[in-house]
Ligand binder design. Structure first.
Ligand SMILES: NC(=O)NC1=NC(=O)NC1=O
Length: 174
């Protein structure tokens, strides 16, 4: 996607294209649009990261609360966003056996109970064994450390979704 095209997008089209790079948080792209013109894709990512880091803890936790559980209700009922569905399937969340599903439900519930926001990890960079391992380890963290770690995962998810948008645009052009 040519950066000059991106820089000439109306904010409606910019949000339509980039609004889902942070799960269910189109506000972030709607805010970042004002920072155009962007030098390149990395520049958009930098502005998104800066926006997220500028938020108070409550704002960061709000972003985390917009994420569906891994192997949770939304996956079971088929109501995940397209991006989340692809990411969770790729990590094998849709092929867990009943014992693994029960373990994910239990650990996700315990994690939410402790922190008041859901466990978030970049599913594209982890397979189910690693996800279960991370969930059972990270639940022991203190809240501040866990909030920051989870936001780092949101940034990884965002980075991969941004790249997907650019790549899919190039593919439609070819
Ligand atoms: N709770 C989560 O970590 N959810 C997710 N991580 C991803 O990479 N995609 C999701 O839906």
């Amino acid at each position: 996607m040519d950066i000059n095209v991106v820089n000439s997008l109306t904010y409606e089209d910019f949000v339509k294209i980039f609004g889902s790079v942070v799960e269910k948080c189109p506000l972030i792209s709607a805010a970042v649009w004002s920072r155009r013109p962007f030098k390149d894709l990395a520049d958009i990512e930098t502005h998104i990261t800066e926006f997220i880091h500028s938020l108070p803890d409550s704002g960061k936790e709000g972003i985390l609360r917009c994420h569906p559980d891994l192997a949770g209700r939304d996956l079971q009922s088929g109501t995940l966003t397209r991006e989340s569905q692809e990411e969770q399937s790729q990590a094998g969340m849709d092929t867990l056996d009943s014992a693994e599903i029960r373990r994910m439900y239990r650990l996700n519930a315990q994690y939410k109970e402790r922190f008041g926001f859901p466990f978030v990890i970049c599913a594209r960079l982890n397979k189910k064994a690693e996800i279960l391992q991370q969930l059972s380890e990270r639940i022991m963290n203190d809240r501040a450390a866990e909030r920051e770690g989870a936001i780092e995962e949101v940034k990884k998810i965002c980075s991969l979704r941004l790249r997907n948008i650019v790549l899919s645009d190039i593919q439609t052009k070819l």
